[in-house]
Design a protein around this ligand. Sequence first.
Ligand SMILES: *Cc1c(COP(=O)(O)O)cnc(C)c1O
Length: 420
Amino acid sequence: MSQSAFSYADGILHVEGVSAVSLAEQFGTPLYVYSRGALTEAYHAYADACDGRRATIHVAVKANSNLAVLNVFARLGAGFDIVSSGELARILAAGGKAENTVFSGVGKTSAEMREALDAGVKCFNVESIPELHALNEVAKAAGKRAPVSLRVNPDVDAKTHPYISTGLKSNKFGVAFDDARATYAQAAAMSNLEVVGIDCHIGSQITEISPYLDAVDRLLDLVEQIETDGATIRHVDVGGGLGITYDDETPPDIGEFVRAVLGHIEKRGHAHREVYFEPGRSLVGNAGVLLTRVEYLKPGEEKNFAIVDAAMNDLARPAMYEAFHRIVPVVKSDAKAQTYDVVGPVCESGDWLGRDRELAVEPGDLLGICSAGAYGFVMSSNYNTRPRAAEVMVDRERARLVREREEVRQLFAGESILPD
Ligand SMILES: *Cc1c(COP(=O)(O)O)cnc(C)c1O
């Protein structure tokens, strides 16, 4: 968690200047709480390291798409990386600009392309030849030229960099490195496309810099070839994926990462190109906490369970990826700690939030599930007809509800029963 935004005062967890106990009392639990200060600090870490360079930051909307979160970034001058026209609608509603937005994703529909083209997005990050054709047709029908970049799969060596999951030959993303030059030639020949850049996105929760430098090398090799073929590559988009500390990971500091990438591009003689970053997790992950209340303690022969009011439908990452989130008491206690599995009420054995945690808790106590700002609320569902949690943004001494808690009747408002 961001050290400055989440800390204890008099033994009580605070988000900036607001006690988490009062947040839970005022807004109920489960509750997502974000710190404007922590979001701002993370954005500045990127922006400051880009200062004076031809580099721009495009916030990956899918990591946290709450309008208030997007608005904080929009006010700071951020661009955005979207993966659907739904996300485009969100950034426009949050004060973001289409002309600062890149459109990623492996399965854009023609309708989504048309919406994005009409809105005037900065670039389409295209992932296949059929998608190039589809975009060309959409642009032709609209009487426009669509700006395109190809997402190239750099096939960075997984043996030396085991964290990478999306930059390998074996996955669905991007154009294969060996096909990229020919694909660029095809794109250049399409009447309603304008080649403007190249992009990659090699994975997520990456905790080393070297895979990025390897990927940049592959991309720049390709750029040099493509330009001898006559195209102009104005920008190089290195994607997102920088990791955060959930437990004991030690990812590079954001500034160090940005400077290493920009320095490497400069060293290779490509400083004239604009560089795009698409961070998601590293901007929002440690700016959010999920507050939950203990409902029951259930001692067992093999395990003790702390059953809380948040569940896998609220935070899917443990169930989906066996992801680790630190779980902390909201009010520190001197009582003797015991080992618990922290689980939710959903009817699945996979519904757990933390395993084998040392906690001194009683029913009614509040817990904070840390580092929940990225891929938290956005992945939540209504499984078990559970209304989704409320979201709150804290700004110094003030807390503001930025998404109302869902009500049960909303969950089936669009459903109907057969008439006979
Ligand atoms: C998900 C995604 C990102 C953001 O990834 P993080 O790991 O959250 O930084 C950036 N670019 C693309 C294309 C993505 O799909």
